[in-house]
Design a protein around this ligand. Structure first.
Ligand code: NAI
Length: 245
């Protein structure tokens, strides 16, 4: 059956790897980007040429309702109805709790949580109508265990975990599966501000003793959207090298 996947925030990092992995499985791909059009288009061309699937790019700030609605109708027009949604777009910020402003808080929740609500709301009616679909939310281990100096980030990712568990219960009867991947420390631009020493210190807290790759997350997402995972829903799959601190 033809699958059409929308991966939010997929011009780089984990999202880009997920887009490639889903294309490898034969899915047509909608790449969403907010700012980096060149990167998104280069990736789309590579995916199209390499995997012989449709792959188009869509500029959209996924925290803004009108932009999400516009992106969704363009994807339906250009490729077709979305059958796989990966809510990957996100931001992080390190700050003492007492320094977090109301604007920081709202921005964190708009991009990390409201975006999942808006994107899911746009694709769910058709998934319910056709009685199939899969959604994967990218949370974080900090949403499970909490991170000092990242209270708003941790709280937003914990919200995504609750979103996943609740929605899975609501739409299971419609044959729609909703799961969450909860990465540990992954080597992407999100961690570019950490020094070599910080990364080394983090490694020491990881039982497998290395930083994860975007591919580690993409492989897990690919499994979760595949038929191999057809009895898995409402789960939080931690991909963190065993790190629980
Ligand atoms: P990244 O910073 O490379 O990628 C995030 C992507 O989201 C970027 O392409 C960015 O442009 C996009 N984005 C941000 N705001 C957006 C908006 N308003 N509209 C559309 N796109 C937007 O970082 P990475 O690591 O690839 O992050 C992907 C996801 O994985 C995020 O949700 C992040 O919280 C999560 N994660 C990452 C970890 C890591 O160690 N790298 C650990 C745990 C979770």
């Amino acid at each position: 059956m033809r699958e059409i996947a929308l991966v939010t925030g997929s011009s780089r990092g984990i999202g880009a790897k997920i887009a490639e992995e889903l294309a490898k499985m034969g899915c047509d791909i909608a790449i969403n980007y907010n700012k980096n059009r060149d990167k998104a288009e280069t990736l789309a061309k590579y995916i199209k040429d390499t995997y012989n699937v449709q792959c188009l790019t869509y500029k959209c700030n996924v925290s803004i309702k009108s932009e999400v609605e516009k992106m969704h109708s363009e994807i339906v027009r250009d490729i077709g109805e979305v059958t796989i949604l990966i809510n990957n777009a996100g931001i992080a910020q390190q700050k003492l709790f007492t320094d977090i402003t109301e604007e920081d808080w709202d921005n964190m929740f708009d991009i990390n949580v409201k975006s999942a609500y808006l994107c899911t709301k746009s694709v769910l009616p058709n998934m319910i109508k056709v009685h199939r679909g899969t959604i994967v939310n990218i949370a974080s281990m900090w949403g499970e265990v909490g991170a000092s100096c990242e209270v708003h980030y941790s709280a937003s990712k914990a919200a995504l975990i609750g979103f996943t568990k609740a929605l899975a219960k609501e739409v299971g009867l419609s044959n729609i599966r909703v799961n969450c991947v909860s990465p540990g420390v992954i080597d992407t631009d999100m961690n570019q501000d950490f020094s070599e020493e910080d990364m080394q210190a983090l490694c020491e807290d990881i039982p497998l003793n290395n930083i994860g790759s975007a591919d580690d997350i993409a492989q897990t997402v690919a499994f979760l959207v595949s038929e191999k995972a057809k009895y898995i829903t409402g789960q939080i799959i931690s991909v963190n090298g065993g790190m629980i601190i």
